[in-house]
Design a protein around this ligand. Structure first.
Ligand SMILES: N[C@@H](CCC(=O)N[C@@H](CS)C(=O)NCC(=O)O)C(=O)O
Length: 204
């Protein structure tokens, strides 16, 4: 498998992290977003939206980080990452939706301001980030993993990268002890792959 990747992208990181913890052999191919490599025709042929990550599994092309998590989880066969039980799968999907929505427009957007000079309203996205973190903190009160599973699922992987780097976007994790514990649990998984740090925001 080849994963088209960019080292500062949390979307790309969540895909790379899952391939790593699921022990799926793969090669990382860096797409230099700063140099516009994602707007070249060869890359647009892989993903019409011109975004990383994209997975190439021997000619099967899967674009979108969450689609990659689902594909890779199904590829390894039945496992705790994405069980077949409809109720459990729906609970996991609910948090994948949070990763695609509230996280993208919250902690991720806040980091885009400080790391990539994105022209967003910092107060608005930081407030949204804290609302999502507060809901996650409350959810983790009586469960170890975010979707209520006994073992980690792809929902935990999907949420990890941008939540862990939230301070780079001036979103402190100080008030969220359960989230910090949950992050450390993910970091303790065999095959864990760290997300590159940037000196920005509260990490500057
Ligand atoms: N929904 C996509 C979003 C991916 C995404 O936003 N990737 C960003 C990097 S974090 C990107 O490639 N941006 C390039 C651009 O928009 O010019 C996914 O989950 O993979």
């Amino acid at each position: 498998m080849k994963l088209y990747h960019y080292c500062l992208s949390g979307h790309a990181h969540r895909a790379a992290l899952f391939l790593s913890v699921a022990a799926l052999p793969h090669e990382l191919i860096e797409i230099d977003l700063a140099a516009g490599a994602h707007r070249q025709p060869e890359f647009l042929a892989l993903n019409i939206f011109g975004e990383v990550p994209v997975l190439d599994d021997d000619g099967i092309i899967i674009a979108d980080s969450l689609a990659i998590l689902v594909y890779a989880a199904r590829k390894i066969g039945p496992s705790h990452w994405l069980p077949n039980d409809p109720v459990v799968e729906a609970k996991i999907q609910r948090w994948l939706s949070v990763a695609a929505g509230k996280i993208a427009y919250g902690v991720c957007a806040a980091r885009l301001i400080t790391v990539f000079d994105a022209p967003f309203d910092a107060d608005e996205v930081i407030e949204r980030a804290h609302a999502t973190l507060a809901a996650m903190e409350q959810t983790l009160e009586d469960q170890r993993w975010i979707a209520g599973t006994n073992e980690p699922s792809i929902a935990d992987i999907a949420l990890y990268s941008y939540v862990e780097r939230a301070p780079e976007g001036n979103v402190s994790l100080y008030g969220y002890p359960r989230i910090r514990g949950w992050l450390r649990q993910i970091e303790g998984l065999p095959g864990f792959l760290p997300f590159q740090r940037t000196r920005a925001g509260l990490e500057a």
